[in-house]
Design a protein around this ligand. Structure first.
Ligand code: FE2
Ligand code: FE2
Length: 316
């Protein structure tokens, strides 16, 4: 099996600092693209939980693609792993969840992939204490504001073609999400969680987001599958391959300053080439460590990010 689903794995951690308008220091830990599947299971969950305990964040954000396909939910063992992951996260810190395309769209169907009809598993997670499934809803505790945007199927796929190549459907849907965009608090950090940042460079979408948020945090791009050894040395935001299987995509990695006070954070993801991807590409996983983000909001702090990643080796 290509994927080391065992012990002694390195995990790359990117640390970033942003200023906090409030006189309080806050830490957010973010993990995207876990992709529970036949290749990713309980060993990964345990590693993630150990790591989260170690970094001691005030909030945990799970950025979608928790599972590799809705069909994973047919396997009760995988459902147990998902529930265990989320429940244990919530015992460490309040846990925000947004869904990714793999969580509710069956991509194995060509044409216009089908949407999961029964969302009960995700709503069940929302009922766990300190778990907040942000399905076009928001969370605030007075110290930080999270909006969670569930991007519609049309923003990922086009009927008759495989992938969406236009920002229009995302813009049309996002502008309707008034609770995510209007009357947001002004005295705290505001973070939008959404799975894919692919079309967020679109001018109309930026016009919606700039007045509302300080930070947009997403996953989906799996760090462009850039090998860990060259990730810190390869400047810019390009990658090797995108989720659409496009070679050398331009913007899939790193942190992008979208405006003087709005940053887009591309979280690299736990998984890279996943169980449902072409097996010929899966060798890339040997070269790409799982990644998480730690973001500190510090009063009077200056934006800075360590583009080189820490590599933590721990014997779990
Ligand atoms: Fe993903
Ligand atoms: Fe995704």
């Amino acid at each position: 099996m290509y994927f080391n689903n065992g012990v002694n794995r390195n995990v790359s951690v990117r640390k970033t600092v942003f200023p906090n308008p409030k006189d309080i220091q806050l830490r957010v830990a973010a993990i995207g693209d876990i992709h529970l599947s036949r290749l990713v299971g309980m060993n990964d969950v345990i590693q993630i939980l150990e790591l989260l305990k170690e970094v001691k964040s005030d909030y945990i954000c799970l950025l979608g693609d928790l599972i590799d396909s809705p069909t994973v939910l047919y396997d009760s063992r995988k459902v147990d792993e998902l529930l265990y992951l989320v429940e244990e996260c919530s015992k460490i810190a309040p846990t925000m969840i947004v869904l990714g395309n793999h969580d509710f769209i069956n991509q194995e169907i060509l044409g216009f992939p089908s949407v999961l009809k029964d969302m009960s598993i995700w709503n069940e997670l929302d009922s766990i204490k300190d778990v907040h499934f942000l399905n076009n809803t928001t969370y605030t505790d007075g110290n930080v504001f999270f909006g969670g945007y569930l991007q519609p199927r049309e923003s990922y796929f086009v009927e008759g073609e495989k992938y969406q190549r236009d920002a229009g459907p995302l813009y049309d849907d996002l502008k309707k999400q008034r609770v995510l965009l209007n009357d947001l608090p002004s005295d705290m950090v505001k973070i939008l969680l959404t799975h894919s940042l692919e079309y967020l460079g679109d001018t109309r979408i930026k016009e919606l987001l700039v007045p509302a948020y300080n930070l947009v945090l997403g996953g989906h791009d799996h760090n462009g599958c850039v090998p860990t050894l060259i990730d810190g040395f390869w400047p810019g935001n390009g990658g090797i391959i995108s989720p659409k299987k496009q070679l050398f995509p331009k913007q899939v990695r790193g942190i992008v300053k979208a405006d003087s006070c709005l940053y887009y954070v591309y979280s690299g993801g736990w998984s890279k080439i996943t169980a449902c991807a072409p097996s010929a590409l899966q060798f890339l996983n040997f070269f790409c460590d799982p990644q998480i983000d730690i973001i500190d909001f510090i009063p009077g702090g200056q934006y800075q990010t360590e583009n080189k990643r820490y590599v933590l080796r721990k014997h779990w």
